[in-house]
Design a protein around this ligand. Sequence first.
Ligand SMILES: [Zn+2]
Length: 321
Amino acid sequence: MKQMFVDFHCDTLLTTYLENKSLKNATGHIDLKKLVDGGALLQCFAAFIPMHETAAQYSIQDVPWDFFRKLAARYGQEANAYPDRLAPVKSFADIEKNRAKGLVSAMLTVEDGACLDGDLSRLKTMFDLGVRLITLTWNYENCLGFPNSPDPALHARGLKDFGLETLAEMDRLGILVDVSHLSEGGFWDVVRENKKPFVASHSCARALCDHSRNLTDEQLRALGDKGGVCGVNFYSRFLRAGAEHTANEDILRHMAHIADRAGMEAVALGSDFDGIDCTLEMENYSGLAQLAELIADRFGSANAEKICYQNALRVLADVMN
Ligand SMILES: [Zn+2]
């Protein structure tokens, strides 16, 4: 039987927006055909909010909230444009419904809570537009807290008061908390304050690749203890120091390490497709099936099911209302 996949993170929404493409004619790692043929059960689409020099790099002049609204509108169009193949989800039941009809599920996520700009009421608007996961920070300080940093003093900074208020409101609404990109201090605040499981949607193991974007063994253990998952990122430089190419074996090494520290129930997928500029042995979404075979060879077929989609679904069922 064809392996199904839940992928917690891609940047296809941003790249198709910037290139004025659709899921149908996208030229990157992900497009509609690759998702359908590749066995996608659920694909998360990140509305990435470019700030500061990143906004300048993409020539984006909108304030973060306006840019979020534009990407959310684009997501809404795309997620409803191919009703015989793909449909958006707003509840866990929607995922099951789509699966029964043979449709790929699409879920809107936000990468960088900066678009809240200190206004908690915006969370409800985001929720109504379909946002079910928020990556609290990207690589800049924002109204919620501080990002990961190679500087230990900076990396230790925690969430701001507004960040803690946001966690409580996300919990109430049923929006999943994502700690990828967050400082380690912020991570421990989430461990302490968040009632439900949370995720690192696209991160790897720091013990295998010493980058501040990756999680230490202590962090992985805490994430597993909370019932959360780490979506393994396919970016070569998070998998192996200095690498410019992602070999499937590098992904398997990180999966084995995360399983060893956090448990097999804590391993998931967070490809970062269309957000990474390295070459990949799997090339694009179509290569996931081949990766799944290697996962099954290494960890057994029951564990491959867990890694490829079941662990992710468990967390979504725990958090989504
Ligand atoms: Zn990211």
